[in-house]
Design a protein around this ligand. Sequence first.
Ligand code: BTN
Length: 221
Amino acid sequence: MTYKPELAPAFNLIELPSVGSTNDHAKQLARSGYPAFTTIWAHEQTAGKGRQGNVWTSVSGNLYMSILLRPAATAAQNGQLSFLAAVALAETVKELMSKPAQIALKWPNDLLLNGKKAAGILLEAEEDWVVMGIGVNVAGAPDGAASLKECGTEAEAGQVLEKLSARVKDLYDLWVKNGFTPIRSQWLHYAHNVGMTIQVRMPNETFSGKFLGIDDAGALE
Ligand code: BTN
């Protein structure tokens, strides 16, 4: 039987068998005035989106979710929510793991399991809302990527959703109260390749440099 997640009272969970993109659906609801913590969970996406215009492939049993947030913050501060989501992911996977695997966060927002991407985050925002989209390879992964299952975690998508949403809520409350500093230090704890030369791909150019971490605002150092 499929696991039925129970979310904290702040959340309003909308579960869909299939949708184009949970982010696009959440954006529509944001524009229609839905409250913060409205959460879309789809079992399949037919037009899933990754960063930089990439396609996010739908694999059966994986997690596709988007949380609507309404922070009273600047656009630059809202960008920090991507790191917050990454920390929530790392902590969730750590808690669910039944056999040891190496968990790392790769700038800006990939979760790596044993060096391979296992989850991604796509933030989309307008003036008065942020949609935090998260895709997790729970049961299977496209070529070259990793899944929780193959790394020894037998959780279902609904279980990951339940734990992940609780982590996001706790970290969000911490962020509202104490700002980015505690999130930054937790992110740096999991950071991949600190001190190494990395390549950063921007929409129109790629540059390389030594990765020293992220600063107090979330920018690359
Ligand atoms: C990336 O690493 O490129 C980001 C991937 C984000 C994928 C998730 S799946 C749920 C939400 N809906 C989407 O269309 N994309 C995000």
